[in-house]
Design a protein. Sequence first.
Lengths: 350, 548
Amino acid sequence: MDLNTVLQILDSAVRLMTPLLLACLAGLYSERAGVFDIGLEGKMLMAAFTAASVAALTGNVWLGLIAGLAGSLALAAVHGAASITFRGNQLISGVAINFLASGLTVLLGQKIFGLGGRTPSLTPGAELDAQVTPFRAWLSGITGPDTAAALTATPRFGDITLPFADSLRGIPVVGPLYAEVISGHTILVYVAFLMVPLTWWVLYRTRFGLRLRAVGENPASVDTAGVSVTRLRFAAVAIAGLLCGLAGAYLATGLSAGFVKEMTAGRGFIALAALIFAKWRPWGALGATFLFGLLEAIANRYPNLDLGIVTVPSMFMNALPYILTVVILAGFVGRAVPPRAGGEPYVKER
Amino acid sequence: MAATVDPRGRLETAAPAAIELRGISKAFGPVQANRDIDLRVERGTIHGIIGENGAGKSTLMSILYGFYKPDVGDILVGGRPLTIADSQTAIRAGIGMVFQHFKLVPNFTVLENIILGAEEGRLLRPSLAKARGVLRQLAQEYELNVDPDETVENLSVGHQQRVEILKALYRQADILILDEPTGVLTPAEADHLFRILEGLRAEGKTIILITHKLREIMEITDTVSVMRRGEMVASVRTADTSPEELAELMVGRKVLLNVQKAPATPGQPVLEIRGLRMVDGSGVERLRGIDLEIRAGEILGVAGVSGNGQTQLLEILGGYPEKGSRLSGEIRMNGTPLPLSGGACNAAERRRQGIGHIPEDRQAEGLIMDFAAWENVAFGYHDAPEYGHGPLMDRDAIRRDAEGKIARFDVRPPTCDLAARNFSGGNQQKIVVAREIERNPDLLLIGQPTRGVDIGAIEFIHKRIVELRDAGKAILLVSVELDEIMSLSDRIAVMFDGRIMGERLSGQATTGDLGLLMAGIDPASAPPQDGNAPAGHPSEDPKTPRVS
């Protein structure tokens, strides 16, 4: 295995871990505030669909991103209402959201695009042009045809080449690492990685973070201090919604070009496993999701891993991330103490 | 104490009271937790509020702290009317509360807990620095030393309580409410707490102390109010009252119930308890060496203010001691020792040994509220051969049996398909009593048999208990109703602070005498009343030197 292969695998791992990392951080905010969220999957799926649909209809990925955030946020609002306002069971609410997203995306996709539940491919071509034309025509009425054409020509996030990526390539190891692995991703990848220190800072250095952590451990302490438990938890659930929105938008408009049905493929659940593996800590989330991303990248690269004596079949390699999830959830991580008030609606005791 | 503060002088000044409540009422559904409460607490005093569990003390204080809204009534703080809609309002009005169950975040440091909700700005660093300074100052002023960087879950309970007090003082509370503060403390920690409270009073703070322990009231308060069943029954200066009077006010007196019964003819000892001790999961000693003997054909009444170990005693005898507790001592049933722990110590095994149990809390332990009456009649005995074959239940047999019991115990309505929840309290209790008494146990444990039960059902239940006694069975009756104890028991033991304070024969006992024992005062002040206790077993209790 030469350096180039390693770099390619690492590069692939970075791309694949991004949605996991965003979803994992989403779960971290929510669960640290005491609201279990197994609806990460559904929120991501919904965001992927709304982002891809709007990007396909407008040819503008930024409008797609906003739609993705809105789609995810809408489901987060449902989860908040069910589990905070009405004190429902958080797990059931999450399951319901997953089913809702799974069904609704395909139904709406078929209704709007008639492509069997997928959106048009977001790569330039006739299929996309047909969708974008009405919007472009409408927009030219306002901005003029040139601006309209420019605004509707970016249906996907493009890769960003970081400064000096090419000039530093000559430096051994570090140069190619910078150029191949660190440079050349979409903006959302960098946003995801910046979210890690930002989340750490918010949690441990701000008033909001202190209260957020407190409400997940002992909401009564927050309530008796005169701070609203409901508002804090809604804030956390909303942040989770936004992060899932980023994750979903990245899946459909960054990692791939368009939405296909069930495209999250269990990433929401893997993110939950990573969250436990990370013991609900931001830097841990980075490490855990990198591990899952790496496994997926290896599986993609070596569908049939030849170990000399036996050849590991591709089915096994593809199942590896999921197997790891089971192993981790089965208690391989050691003592992972979840937020103490997690899963329980807050009711003032007599 | 009287030298430093003269409540009499303060009462006569025209200065507005620190807290004044006028006509406060609060109901939770059908339960009237507080009824028309008036209360006046003077500035710079320690005011005790005493009453049994469930008397409504905590509800009243939660209203004061903005946790509940009163249905009617006014609150005046420092003479000004105030609507306390939430805790934030209470905190701003200078009210601080130390709850019975601490409201701390266990994995936060002391400092983090203290600033939570009272941060200076959006960032934590300046708040933490300020709190550190304030904490150092408070520690010097009031002997409130706690390591500010220690994680709260690593602190002892006493230190955690200090953190709660510091939290209130950090928010500049002038009025400090403490709800059952000593329930979880060791005696030394409690003494330290009282020193802190005296220091706070000397600084002009007002303190409201909620407790059901008479000793604490007498030791530290200036004035005291007594609550009973949601009502404020008295407000007096502590110096003008006595523990006996307070005990009587707390327990109250009902119309004397008349129980027709012949003198007991006690036979062989059925249950013998020797040196029974129990330390609960949080390390508090709940039973401190219980010696009791119950003979066939007698009713032993255990009197006492609730929370003095009666519940623990019943749970241990019933075979389900509190999880995480440590037990020592010996219990013999008909001469055979009963296991105090391990797999053989369970409720089913105790039932097989001939111990019936009417639990104190029938809704939580005696019945499954959503199950039908006929199912409830079989519970605890559902493995009995007449109720089924092997793993299968014989529904018809159980229903026939239930119908018989319901008829004989006059349960109304007489329908065995109705869920237990839908019967009135008295009829729920009759279902439990029918189940346990008709099994004809050698020993029947009864906890609060008539709590929340109407007069008619009380008489009926009392009659059945006496019949069981006359059939030669042993009965252990635990009740906080002194009248019930006095009219039903053949022998009375009084529990206080995990001990048997004394025993009296029913005919010889007076309310005054029992009231003193319930307050932890031995009227004879001579060696403990072993004269009435069954002789032959010296007390193994070394009588730890505790002021109580």
